[in-house]
Ligand binder design. Sequence first.
Ligand SMILES: Cc1cc2nc3c(=O)[nH]c(=O)nc-3n(C[C@H](O)[C@H](O)[C@H](O)COP(=O)(O)O)c2cc1C
Length: 333
Amino acid sequence: MSLVTPVTELLGIRVPVVQGGMQWVGVPKLVAAVSEAGGLGVLTALTQPSPEALRVAIRETKKLTSKPFGVNITLLPSITPPDYPGYARAAVEEGVRIFETAGNNPGPLIKYFKENNCIVIHKCTAIRHAKSAERHGVDILSIDGFECAGHPGEDDIGGLVLLARAARELKVPFLASGGIADARGFAAALTLGAAGVNLGTRFMCTVESPIHQNIKEKIVASTERDTVHIFRTLHNTARVFKNKISMEVVKIEKQGNAKFEDIKDLVSGERGRKVYELGDPDYGIWTAGIVMGLIDDIPTCKDLVERLERETVEILQSTAKLAGLEVRQKAKL
Ligand SMILES: Cc1cc2nc3c(=O)[nH]c(=O)nc-3n(C[C@H](O)[C@H](O)[C@H](O)COP(=O)(O)O)c2cc1C
């Protein structure tokens, strides 16, 4: 039994499971492991310091897998934006044909990728943005509910409503993203109309994930109550791990009129990267989602994808597994 959907067909993968772009985490080793397992691994372009470094990472990934993989380009609000066109061109020239875009104003990037016959998955947190991306010609949408790690947008709509709305409104296939770590979530997403799932935090906590073992163990030990939203007052909300630093940021924001300058040092990306390198969960800000409450092991990507596939098929085949639900024939009077 296997789960064939428009997403597996479009992407040329076996299981409709995508590993979303993850800053400092979406590197060749993890990406190749996800793709080898039958899902779609996605390299995070901005983890590489330059378009040239992205070329090297793409070549490295190709040495590790001959299966399809993608590249994520995240358009962040920034005073000095990274060389987005340069990253995009480098990836296209290296033969990448699948892209995950995320963030503000993706129109020009989507246009460039479509002109180069690429498949574009656009990740967003609002139906209006999904419909706009659809008009730009994306092939797949990734609908990120409020549960997600990272940037959930400012509308605060959970996946249950967002996905049902997506099923009503969108013409192209969509992935359910945010809050999924097990077969229950996977099966629910498919039932809501998604053609697959996009996972972040769950893949962060695998054998092949490049982060320090202490942080993986911290994820296992944490619950759904261990994240917090920072940057709410700056209208750039981010769900991150709840630690001393993120709570300090929230405290400063709560004082009112906080500017980015006031928290800049606390939230520096370099400190966040060091968390993964040193294994100290309190060293800086790091991204994680409430699915931590559903994560209790550190499997290989192969074991994880196989388990997700097997158990999801089981659930979908047997409604009795859904909270003891039984569908009985009405008794004849
Ligand atoms: C450590 C980490 C870093 C992330 N970095 C990015 C990023 O750079 N760009 C992006 O589009 N999404 C990023 N995300 C979001 C994921 O791609 C995905 O949308 C999200 O994790 C889904 O929610 P989940 O963690 O509940 O599965 C990140 C997530 C994590 C856990």
